[in-house]
Design a protein around this ligand. Structure first.
Ligand code: 13P
Ligand code: SF4
Length: 362
């Protein structure tokens, strides 16, 4: 049963002590998060990775790209473990290194490689954290950077200081919502479809562009609609609508606020008792916040439960399984199951892109 599994995990963690640290993303199931030493959004978890350099193992309860990032930012001796290897991210899979390289070559042919009078290169590549390590490596190698949903504006500002335009992947919505908030007009944000020549754009459209958006999206967040927001406002006068920036632009525009998972959690924590919130993000987080703050009314905008199906693939049975292997005997890990390692040929460049993000100042 879940209760017994929970007891078993607590005992294994007590045996392992400081040798292991468990990190958990906000979208994880409650049965998993109750064992996490740190809970956070994807930026906070990247930082938390570096907070326990003494730990032999980092058990990452999140998705594959987060575990790769943890491997890049942790010491080489530390083993990063993803309890279920099937926990990927469909958005991250929407941009692959071959298609991005092909896009880059077409852009280079169009714009050349010479900087303008202000020293700005033609294009800076920016990848959302939700991408493979290979794409982070691509960005590191080509003068680019990584962003998360909590620092996308800071990162785009960094990029515009160094480049005439940005190639943003994989999430079109985060790219569009952020650039729009910074005053970039929609007609200067063409979308790049890798199946078409010039991404399906004319040369003139690309010449005029400020942000070229990859065609990726999150299948969880694209379910939210303006109609859901309208219904929430009718049924709950005074409701505060907060959505994640992976939602489509019309939804972000219709909401009162948008922000990362941590932004959403903090907004609710800071609200006066008796507030009502309609939230546009993954259901596990919304349900946990609703349970944590019974003084508020908190509900998900989407009436049909929408979990992130890949985050959901990690449950406490997998956590118990990887911890059991670590407990071993004689104080040494008997076995490290499900270790995530980034290949050396991309790791160096990927770290450069991540470190640029960590150093970027608002
Ligand atoms: P944040 O935790 O950065 O808000 O990202 C949400 C998400 O979709 C992670 O995959
Ligand atoms: Fe990927 Fe969307 Fe799940 Fe986040 S919520 S891990 S972007 S599929």
């Amino acid at each position: 049963s879940n209760g017994e599994l929970g007891d078993w995990i607590r005992a294994a963690k007590a045996t392992l002590g400081d040798r292991v640290v468990v990190l958990g993303h906000f979208y994880q199931r409650e049965e998993v998060l109750q064992h996490a030493d740190f809970i956070g959004d994807s930026f906070q978890l990247a930082v938390a990775t570096q907070s326990r350099p003494d730990a032999e193992a980092i058990v990452f309860c999140g998705v594959h790209f987060m575990a790769e990032t943890a491997d890049l930012l942790s010491r080489p001796e530390q083993a990063v473990i993803l309890p279920n290897l099937a926990a990927g991210c469909s958005m991250a899979d929407m941009a692959d290194i071959d298609s991005v390289t092909e896009c880059w070559e077409q852009l280079e042919e169009l714009y050349g490689t010479e900087p303008d009078a202000d020293g700005r290169v033609p294009v800076i590549p920016v990848t959302y954290m939700n991408s493979s390590a290979a794409l982070k490596g691509f960005c590191g190698e080509h003068g680019g950077i990584v962003c998360t949903s909590s620092n996308a504006e800071t990162v785009l500002k960094w990029a515009f200081e160094r480049g005439q335009r940005v190639l943003f992947f994989p999430d079109q919505h985060l790219g569009r919502n952020t650039a729009k908030a910074m005053g970039v007009p929609l007609e200067r944000m063409p979308m790049w479809n890798p199946r078409k020549a010039l991404g399906g754009n004319t040369e003139a459209e690309l010449e005029n562009s400020q942000v070229i958006l990859w065609h990726g999206f999150c299948s969880v967040h694209r379910r939210f609609t303006v109609e859901q927001i309208e219904t929430a406002r009718v049924e709950h006068p005074g409701v505060r609508v907060i959505v994640h920036p992976e939602c489509p632009m019309a939804v972000v525009d219709a909401a009162d606020e948008y922000g990362s998972t941590d932004y959403i959690a903090k907004a609710i924590a800071a609200a006066p008792a008796g507030s009502t919130f309609a939230i546009g993000t993954e259901i596990n987080l919304v349900q946990r916040l609703a349970a944590q703050y019974p003084q508020h009314t908190i509900f998900c905008l989407d009436p049909v439960v929408c979990p992130c199906s890949t985050m959901y693939r990690i449950h406490s049975g997998y956590l118990a399984w990887v911890l059991e292997a670590l407990v071993g005997g004689d104080g040494v890990p008997a076995e490290v199951l499900n270790r995530i390692t980034v290949a050396d040929d991309v790791a160096g460049h990927a770290r450069v892109a991540l470190e640029r993000m960590l150093a970027a100042k608002p």
